[in-house]
Design a protein around this ligand. Structure first.
Ligand SMILES: NC(=O)c1ccc[n+]([C@@H]2O[C@H](COP(=O)([O-])OP(=O)(O)OC[C@H]3O[C@@H](n4cnc5c(N)ncnc54)[C@H](OP(=O)(O)O)[C@@H]3O)[C@@H](O)[C@H]2O)c1
Length: 252
């Protein structure tokens, strides 16, 4: 397996759940980690537990705002002069997004983050990967099993639609970036115990959200961080196109 040491990675949505675990794990593998989110306290706390060589560079950013994303990438270019890897992790489910009951602004918020934020970050990351002549260019999109199959719950219909779009975008990107030797991966977790359930469905269905992680042993965020290490450690001629990781007991 290839060493990750010294590669520069941006992890989006790194203040909680999968993003936070990924930032920590990649920093411990010697990567130069840039982490962004709107609330950065948890990443600052994480830095206190990391040794001085593994410190994470933190940039506050709301990925649903174009101007903030452009400032984020300018900051990375100025500080690091380039980029190797983008982990497009930030994403949301959402109350108020049912197909027949949803509100326009709730659909819009989800599209802004799950699709436009991801696409904008990808465009800007590819510019930096290319301008810096990186030999390890890689875009990893956090997809979901809901990006491949349609869940029955009305609360997940629109979310599932955004993740199906991530599937399509990732396949298109794979073809587009192949001539540039930039690798592209869709990583599709099943149920992972994070803040996702409370953030996404807590308002509409607090009991359901609270129960989400009690029925079966869900994945830990670290399980997905370790899957990202596997994807990045593959030899340069190997592209992991799609990786689905689910709890053993999950039926989907
Ligand atoms: N948990 C699961 O069961 C599961 C399963 C399949 C796929 N996924 C996918 O995995 C990814 C991570 O999920 P998770 O479970 O780790 O979620 P989470 O615990 O809810 O964390 C979401 C992260 O996204 C960030 N975020 C939200 N809105 C943002 C915005 N406008 N700008 C910047 N950052 C923003 C949050 O930070 P701030 O609030 O501080 O900005 C937070 O760091 C998502 O794409 C999700 O769809 C999760």
């Amino acid at each position: 397996m290839a060493s990750l040491n010294g590669r520069i990675v941006l992890v989006t949505g790194a203040s909680a759940g999968i993003g936070l675990a990924t930032a920590e794990t990649l920093a411990n593998h010697g990567m130069k980690v840039i982490a962004c989110a709107r609330n950065i306290h948890a990443i600052e706390d994480l830095n206190k537990s990391l040794n001085p060589d593994s410190q994470i560079h933190i940039i506050r950013c709301d990925l649903s705002k174009e101007e903030e994303v452009l400032v984020l990438f300018k900051g990375i270019a100025d500080k690091f002069g380039g980029l190797d890897v983008l982990v497009n992790n930030a994403g949301m489910g959402g109350s108020g997004t049912g197909l027949l009951t949803g509100q326009y602004h709730a659909w819009q918020d989800m599209l802004n983050l799950n699709i436009l934020g991801l696409t904008l970050c990808t465009r800007e990351a590819v510019k930096l990967i290319e301008s810096s002549g990186s030999k390890n260019g890689h875009i990893i999109n956090l997809n979901s099993v809901a990006g491949h199959r349609v869940p029955v719950s009305p609360m997940r219909q629109f979310y599932s639609g955004t993740k199906h779009m991530v599937t399509a975008l990732t396949k298109n990107l794979r073809t587009t970036l192949q001539p540039k030797n930039i690798r592209v991966t869709s990583l599709s977790p099943g149920l992972v115990e994070t803040e996702f359930a409370q953030r996404s469905y807590g308002k509409e269905d607090p009991e359901g959200a609270a129960k989400m992680y009690t029925q079966i042993k869900a994945l830990d965020a670290k399980d997905i961080a370790d899957a990202i290490v596997y994807v990045l450690s593959a030899p340069a001629h190997v592209n992991v196109d799609e990786l689905t990781v689910t709890p053993l007991q999950q039926r989907y």
